[in-house]
Design a protein around this ligand. Structure first.
Ligand code: 4FV
Length: 254
């Protein structure tokens, strides 16, 4: 899969993409990443890429012409690409969006700066707008890195052979169960016995229950979307009864 990144700060991508899993995926040729400096397409003497907003207001806006030339340059090399603009006004980036984007062989990611890009960039050059969260970053570069990381994890061979993104949190939209490793006892806190029992059906039942509990307590919005089995519903009843008992116990204690 190829990622072409249109940015004013290409060096922001050097080290994050050299390390660990993504670095190895690039070495193995599973993903190709190229940064394209939008300023190289500003042809005036001072290579101006931004200007004041029409209608007044604070900050600067990224000019359409350098971005247009950059898109045309990339398109001249590979006609079939999916062009994504990272912006707070985009659709929320989720596990499902990440998985869907793996079907695109070539993604062009536009990273905004300042107050964002001239509206005509969206109208003329963007296929999809994506937001990584309801907050404002200084630039779209970190959002592009988040997207590249989450999408690449789905690609065969990127995660170790024994791992696939298909087992992650958010698969059937449940949060992951608690994980433990050695030591068995840390400052008086022991690992749940069942995990050392070797009884795999009991272990997966415990993990399912803890995933349901954690999702119910922390992300009831996800639980509402989850496809729950009859057994899940029974487990949840037990969890809620317990939680209510716990709470009432807590209430009485306080
Ligand atoms: C953003 C987000 C984001 C907005 C102004 C860049 C900044 C500046 N991108 N998800 N949240 N972008 O905050 O994707 O141009």
């Amino acid at each position: 899969m190829r990622f072409d990144i249109l940015t004013l700060f290409p060096e922001m991508f050097s080290s994050p993409l050299q390390e660990s899993i993504l670095g190895k995926a690039i070495e193995k040729g599973l993903i190709q990443i190229r940064t394209i400096n939008i300023r190289d397409f500003a042809l005036d003497k001072h290579q101006v890429v931004d200007d004041t907003p029409y209608g007044g207001g604070q900050g600067m806006v990224m000019k359409v012409e350098p971005i247009a030339r950059a898109f045309e340059w990339v398109k001249s090399q590979s006609p079939s690409s999916w062009r994504v603009y990272l912006t707070p006004q985009g659709k929320p980036f989720t596990h499902d969006v990440a998985r869907r984007l793996t079907s695109k062989q070539h993604l062009i990611l536009l990273c905004g700066r300042y107050e964002g890009v001239d509206e005509r960039v969206r109208e003329l050059f963007i296929d999809e707008e994506i937001s990584i969260g309801d907050y404002v970053l200084t630039g779209g570069e970190l959002a592009a890195l988040v997207l590249i990381d989450a999408v690449s994890r789905f690609l065969p061979g990127v995660l170790g052979s024994d791992r696939s993104a298909e087992e992650d949190s958010f698969i059937n939209s449940l949060l992951e169960y608690p994980q433990y490793t050695r030591p068995f006892n840390f400052s008086g806190k022991e690992v749940p016995e069942v995990l050392l029992s070797g009884n795999h059906s009991a272990i997966s039942l415990w993990r399912r229950k803890e995933a349901l509990r954690r999702t119910a307590m922390r992300r009831p919005d996800l639980l509402a979307k989850a496809s729950l089995s009859e057994e899940d519903k029974k487990l949840l009843e037990g969890i809620f009864q317990n939680e209510t008992l716990l709470e009432s116990g807590l209430r009485n204690k306080n």
